[in-house]
Design a protein around this ligand. Structure first.
Ligand code: ADP
Length: 237
């Protein structure tokens, strides 16, 4: 990860000119796919993401059904053309991991007990990747679930923070993610500030971690406002 030869901060500014606490530009549009029950398109810097939700519908095969609640499953996929070199299509270790942590985070908010024996499918397609796609995908998926009209306790809002050079900064870009020291993606339920995803790649001291956590929560709170605005544009359903 870390590469001391690459200067990620020059004259107190990051490579793309951002301040340490500044997010990349984020745009979200809910209701972009006709044949999904809920959907969202999200741009986060150069990331481009579509999330689609199908269900709740009856789960097959039947032996997987749970009479007490719905089963929420998630598929995170990177398109072959989403990264610089063509990505080999199909699931890999990374996409299986991201699908799992995304589903775990979403299960914390969706009122699964309202739909016994059902399945809710969440698909996240990364059309263009530029660091932070697990956060971008989860933020889009949460809007798509709300757009599908599925009852939720809250939205899930996300952001990363990390260390580049000697500075702790929010929302790492591609070079910062590749050559920085550490990366901490988080997801929160914004009204209660409850954490539903927290991962860390690289090393941070306790103080640096606390600072990164604070920056990521502030970032996620800004993302929450953009998510709510996207849902308000379509009347929330
Ligand atoms: P995240 O996208 O959540 O930051 P990672 O830290 O695993 O997840 O990946 C960082 C970035 O590395 C991705 O956003 C993407 O731009 C790039 N990347 C990931 N997988 C590949 C791949 N197979 N080929 C090329 N680039 C990739």
């Amino acid at each position: 990860m870390a590469n001391k030869d690459i200067e990620l901060i020059k004259d107190g500014k990051r490579l793309d000119g951002r301040r340490f606490d500044e997010l990349r530009n984020i745009k979200i549009k809910a209701g972009v796919l006709e044949r999904a029950d809920g959907s969202a398109y999200l741009e986060w810097g150069k990331n481009r993401v579509i999330a689609a939700v199908y269900g709740p519908r009856n789960l097959h095969p039947k032996f997987l059904q749970d009479p007490t609640k719905a089963y929420l499953r998630c598929t995170y996929n990177m398109a072959a053309f989403s990264v610089e070199d063509r990505k080999r299509p199909g699931p890999d270790r990374r996409s299986v991991e991201i699908s799992k942590v995304t589903a775990d985070a979403l299960r914390c908010v969706v009122m699964l007990e309202k739909y016994p024996n059902a399945v809710i499918d969440v698909f996240i397609e990364i059309l263009q990747a530029d660091a932070g796609t697990r956060c971008a995908g989860l933020a889009a998926a949460s809007v798509a679930l709300a757009h599908a009209g599925i009852p939720m306790k809250d939205l899930v809002s996300t952001c990363t923070a990390g260390k580049i050079g000697d500075e702790v900064v929010v929302d790492l870009g591609k070079e910062e993610d590749n050559y920085g020291e550490a990366d901490v993606p988080i997801a929160i339920l914004p009204t209660k500030k409850e954490v539903v995803l927290l991962q860390m790649d690289g090393k941070l001291t306790r103080e640096e971690f606390d600072k990164a956590y604070e920056l990521a929560v502030d970032g996620a709170t800004k993302v929450y406002e953009i998510q709510k605005a996207a849902l308000a544009m379509v009347g929330g359903n």
